[in-house]
Design a protein around this ligand. Structure first.
Ligand SMILES: Nc1ncnc2c1ncn2[C@@H]1O[C@H](COP(=O)(O)OP(=O)(O)OP(=O)(O)O)[C@@H](O)[C@H]1O
Ligand SMILES: [Mg+2]
Length: 353
C-alpha cells in the first residue's frame, strides 16, 4: 500500500469540506496542508448533493486558502449510497472469487447490480474451516458519478473514492494499530451522519451508517429558542473562545444538549446491541469516538454509560507530525472533524492492493 505519491484527502461533509495533504518528511508522515471550509445549510441533504455550485465554490476557496497545488484527490462517500457486507465463503482462488462476487451481491445487496460498483477484499483465509472472510462493498454508480462530477467542476482529478468508515479505520490503524484480538468500535459522529465500524479480531466485522448527528442538536436549539442556525451552532459549541464578550449561554441549553445526546447515544447503542445479538459475541471492549459532534463531552459520556465500555476520543495526530506552516488554531479547533480527510490523505496515486 505504499507506492506513489500521496493524494490530497478531501472530505465533503454536510457541514463543511475538510482538506488534508500529507508528505513523508524524514521518514515521518507530516501534515503539510490543512483546510476547512463550512458549507451553507442544505448544500447536502440526506447524502445527496443539492447545491453543486456551493461545493465547487468551497473547493476553490480551500485550494486558494491553503495554496494547495496538487489536483489529484481522494474523496469519499457514505450513508445510503454504500452497502458493506462481510461474507463467509468457501476457500476460492482469485478467479473463482471474481466470478462468485456478482452472485453474492445479488443476494446481499438491496440495489440492482447494474446500478452499483462492486469492490471486494479478502479479509482472512481460514483453511482449518475451509472458509474465507471477504468484505464486499457496493457503491451506487449515481452517487459516485455525482461526487466525481462536482470535484471535476472544481478542476480536481478524483483518483480514489473511499468510504468514510474505512478512511477512519485507516487513520486509526496508523495511529493505534489494529489489535488482532478483541472487539472494538470506531464511531464517527458528524453533522447528519454517524458511521459505526466494529472491528473484531483485527478485521471489520460490521459497519452501519445512521442518518443522524450533531446537526439534530443545532436544529433542536434553534427550534426551542427560536433563533437562527448560526446562533444555535455558537451556543452548542460554546467555549470561552467561541462566545463573543459578554454573551451568556441561555439556561435551556444544557437540558437540550442532554436530551438530544441521549437520543443519539440510544441510536448508537441499538446498533451495538444488534451487532452483539447477531455475532454472538459477549461484549465490545472499547469505543473510539471521532467526528465534529464528538467534541460534545456529554455525547461520549452517554455512549460510555450505555455501552458499558471504555470510551476514548481518537487522536488522529498521535503518529502524524504537523508542519509549522499549518494554521495551528484552526487545526486545534477542527481536529475531531479532520479524521476522514486525514484517512483519505493516506491514499496514494499508485497503490498495491
Ligand atoms: N466544539 C464543538 N462542540 C459541539 N459540536 C461541534 C463542535 N465542533 C463541531 N461540532 C459539530 O460537529 C458537526 C460537524 O462535524 P463533521 O465535520 O464531522 O461533520 P460533516 O463531516 O460535515 O457531516 P456528515 O459527515 O454528517 O455529513 C456539526 O454538527 C457541528 O455543530
Ligand atoms: Mg463526515
Amino acid at each position: 500500500m505504499s507506492e506513489g505519491k500521496y493524494l490530497v484527502g478531501i472530505d465533503i461533509g454536510s457541514s463543511a469540506i475538510k482538506l488534508c495533504h500529507l508528505k513523508d518528511v524524514k521518514g515521518r508522515r507530516t501534515l503539510v496542508k490543512f483546510g476547512y471550509q463550512p458549507l451553507p445549510p442544505q448544500t447536502i441533504v440526506d447524502g445527496q448533493v443539492m447545491n453543486q455550485g456551493a461545493i465547487v465554490e468551497a473547493l476553490n476557496k480551500l485550494y486558494a486558502d491553503t495554496k494547495e497545488r496538487l489536483r489529484d484527490v481522494a474523496l469519499s462517500i457514505s450513508g445510503h449510497s454504500v452497502i458493506i457486507k462481510r461474507l463467509t465463503l468457501p476457500l476460492l482462488d482469485a478467479q473463482q472469487l471474481a466470478e462468485q462476487i456478482p452472485w453474492e451481491a445479488e443476494q446481499q445487496i438491496p440495489f440492482e447490480i447494474k446500478d452499483v460498483h462492486l469492490d471486494y477484499e479478502i479479509l482472512r483465509k481460514r483453511p482449518e474451516q475451509g472458509q474465507m472472510d471477504v468484505l464486499l462493498v457496493a457503491a451506487k454508480l449515481e452517487e459516485l458519478a455525482a461526487i466525481a462530477d462536482v470535484a471535476r467542476q472544481a478542476k480536481l482529478r478524483p483518483v480514489t473514492i473511499d468510504v468514510d468508515a474505512f478512511a477512519v479505520q485507516n487513520i486509526f490503524e496508523v495511529n493505534y494499530g489494529l489489535p488482532t484480538e478483541g472487539t472494538f468500535a470506531l464511531i464517527n459522529v458528524g453533522a447528519t451522519l454517524t458511521t459505526i465500524n466494529i472491528i473484531s479480531n483485527g478485521i471489520p466485522a460490521f459497519t452501519r451508517d445512521i442518518a443522524n448527528g450533531g446537526q439534530m442538536l443545532t436544529e433542536e436549539i434553534q427550534r426551542q429558542l427560536n433563533i437562527s442556525f448560526d446562533e444555535a451552532e455558537i451556543y452548542k459549541s460554546a467555549s470561552p473562545e467561541t462566545l463573543t464578550r459578554g454573551a451568556i449561554v441561555p439556561s435551556e441549553i444544557p437540558k437540550i444538549i442532554k436530551q438530544v445526546v441521549e437520543s443519539l447515544a440510544g441510536e448508537v447503542q441499538r446498533s451495538l446491541d444488534f451487532y452483539l445479538a447477531t455475532s454472538g459475541e459477549r461484549e465490545i471492549q472499547q469505543v473510539f469516538l471521532t467526528g465534529g459532534a464528538s467534541s460534545l463531552p456529554e455525547l461520549g459520556a452517554a455512549i460510555e454509560r450505555r455501552a458499558h465500555c471504555k470510551l476514548e476520543s481518537i487522536n488522529a495526530f498521535r503518529e502524524i507530525q504537523v508542519d509549522g506552516d499549518i494554521n495551528q488554531d484552526l487545526l486545534r479547533q477542527r481536529a475531531s472533524q479532520a479524521t476522514v480527510a486525514l484517512g483519505l490523505a493516506l491514499r496514494r496515486d499508485r497503490e498495491k492492493r
